[in-house]
Design a protein around this ligand. Structure first.
Ligand code: NAP
Length: 480
């Protein structure tokens, strides 16, 4: 299967173009070949998007945008299995999690379909200012125009929709650049939107290498906003280059989960196995640091290791697989060196630590120190550390000792303590009696510190993808 960029509904995969193969990370089976785009394709897509915005999207009524989103949701629901299978093949994500991703993506589209009809604004009390009598003032939320959406490999469908769906709900056009490792689900998604009736120039797909096409997507004068999900170095580079454009950055983290002495151990162990090892830890809010009150530490660790070792490891396409490969060999080897570094500095492996090609076994570390890479940096791999603590003050301090601040989990039956700790944690989001890895698609989501700028979650992304415009009327009779 050879696929290419889609600009104004036309696919570009001519023979002369450079190509890139996409491989199943589990068995290296070739999934697709992509025909690569260059800077001139990006410029063409942006020019087309700009035209379509002014000719169509800017004035498309809300009910039509809403209907297109709803129709796309219904089509995606009908084709759930084919999307889940392609995500399992291109990303190596176990089928059960790939299906879950499609279900969430359908919901995101439905949220966006609803929100498209509820983009409200307000009337300003103009007479609150001296001399403001006889004036009417109100706001409108206007679409921005062309939005560049750059997305990562780990949730190739749902995280793309967290950008595409609110952008379209608000009446924007999108230039969409998915990760080169997972382009096939993105290609299928663009076709669904077109099938659902979205004007072809309103969603243009760029199949290119980030390092080649990235700057053009970020710096072009006709792009009004860049919305990016991915790694910190790329995010920093985008921020630097975007100039006056609006920018949303959804970046990494090393999420802490805190178990106080009254935590409900039974459920939390099971949840934290998923929280650390779902999709091999390649989740931005994966549980990376688990702080356990010293009174529970030994029993927690014993049960945590036991349940982790019971995971079904193997081919992502098998129904029963819980745990599959990492995205590629380089990523798995990089993670293994972080384990080795930690061990050579005194850390211990409670389970896991074995690497074979792309399969790094689910790894639990103990006796770690705060300056080790597996603690201080984002591991983005199936590696979790279990760390004992004594006091609330100490655990809050350790949790906040990070350049990141995306989401945390706090487990306690004491609601006063839970709310106090939630206030003290420097995070974009805190879950109480829920793991850091849990996310619902309608709550505000995003980071503080170097975890990012701006919020997603359909309603919040729509706010970021519109401009607040003020309109005032002087009601003086002579002027009307
Ligand atoms: P990545 O390497 O940063 O890539 C993300 C996207 O950026 C890809 O489409 C990539 O294209 C593109 N890109 C690369 N270089 C670029 C450049 N110079 N200019 C513009 N775009 C460029 O991230 P990843 O490995 O796919 O994803 C993992 C990271 O995403 C982790 O750090 C994770 O925490 C983060 N993440 C964050 C969230 C969140 O919501 N906060 C959610 C999921 C993931 P190519 O594929 O062609 O290189």
């Amino acid at each position: 299967m050879k696929i290419g960029s889609i600009i104004n509904g036309q696919e570009f995969k001519e023979e002369h173009r450079e190509t890139l193969s996409v491989f199943n990370p589990y068995n290296q089976e070739k999934v697709a070949e992509i025909s690569l785009a260059g800077v001139e394709d990006v410029n063409k897509a942006i020019d087309q998007g700009f035209k379509t915005f002014h000719s169509t999207m800017k004035t498309m009524p809300a009910y039509k945008r809403s209907n297109i989103l709803l129709k796309t949701a219904n089509l995606l629901e009908d084709r759930k299995e084919s999307f889940a299978e392609i995500i399992a093949r291109e990303a190596g994500k176990p089928l059960k999690y790939s299906r879950g991703e499609v279900d969430r993506a359908v919901q995101v589209l439905r949220f966006a379909s609803e929100k498209a009809k509820h983009i409200y604004s307000e009337v300003i009390p103009m007479d609150a200012a001296v001399g403001g009598e006889n004036r009417l003032g109100f706001t409108k939320r206007a679409p921005l125009g062309v939005v560049s959406a750059i997305t990562p490999f780990n949730f190739p469908l749902n995280l793309s929709l967290h950008k595409l769906a609110p952008a379209i709900a608000a009446g924007n056009v999108v230039i969409f650049k998915p990760a080169e490792k997972t382009p096939v689900s993105a290609y299928m998604l663009v076709q669904l939107f077109h099938e659902a009736g979205l004007p072809t120039g309103a969603l243009n797909l760029i199949m290119g290498k980030g390092e080649v096409v990235g700057d053009a997507l970020v710096q072009h004068d006709k792009v009004q906003k860049v919305t990016f999900t991915g790694s910190l170095p790329v995010g920093k580079n985008i921020r630097k280059k975007a100039g006056f454009k609006k920018v949303t950055l959804e970046l990494g983290s090393n999420s802490p989960n805190i178990l106080f002495d009254d935590a409900d151990m039974e459920q939390v162990v099971e949840d934290l196995v998923k929280g650390a090892f779902a999709f091999s830890g390649q989740v931005c809010i994966s549980a990376q640091r688990i702080y356990v009150h010293h009174s529970l530490y030994d029993s927690f660790l014993k049960e945590y290791v036991k349940q982790t070792e019971a995971l079904t490891v193997g081919d992502p396409l098998n129904e029963n697989t819980d745990f599959g490969p990492m995205i590629n060999k380089e990523a798995a080897e990089r993670a293994k060196t972080w384990i080795d570094d930690a061990v050579s500095n005194g850390a211990r492996i409670a389970t896991g630590g074995e690497l074979k090609e792309t399969m790094l076994s689910p790894t639990i570390m103990t006796d770690v120190k705060s300056d080790m890479k597996i603690i201080a940096d984002e591991v983005f791999a199936p590696i979790v550390s279990v760390i004992p603590f004594e006091t609330e003050e100490e655990v809050v301090k350790h949790s906040n000792d990070s350049v990141y601040g995306l989401q945390a989990g706090v487990f306690t039956k004491d609601i006063n303590r839970a709310l106090r700790v939630a206030d003290k944690l420097e995070m974009g989001g805190v879950w109480i009696n829920e793991i850091s890895t849990y996310r619902q698609d309608n709550h505000p989501y995003g980071g503080v510190k170097q975890s990012g700028i701006g919020r997603e979650g359909v309603k919040y992304a729509i706010e970021d993808m519109t401009e607040l415009k003020f309109i005032g009327i002087n009601l003086n009779e002579k002027r009307l």
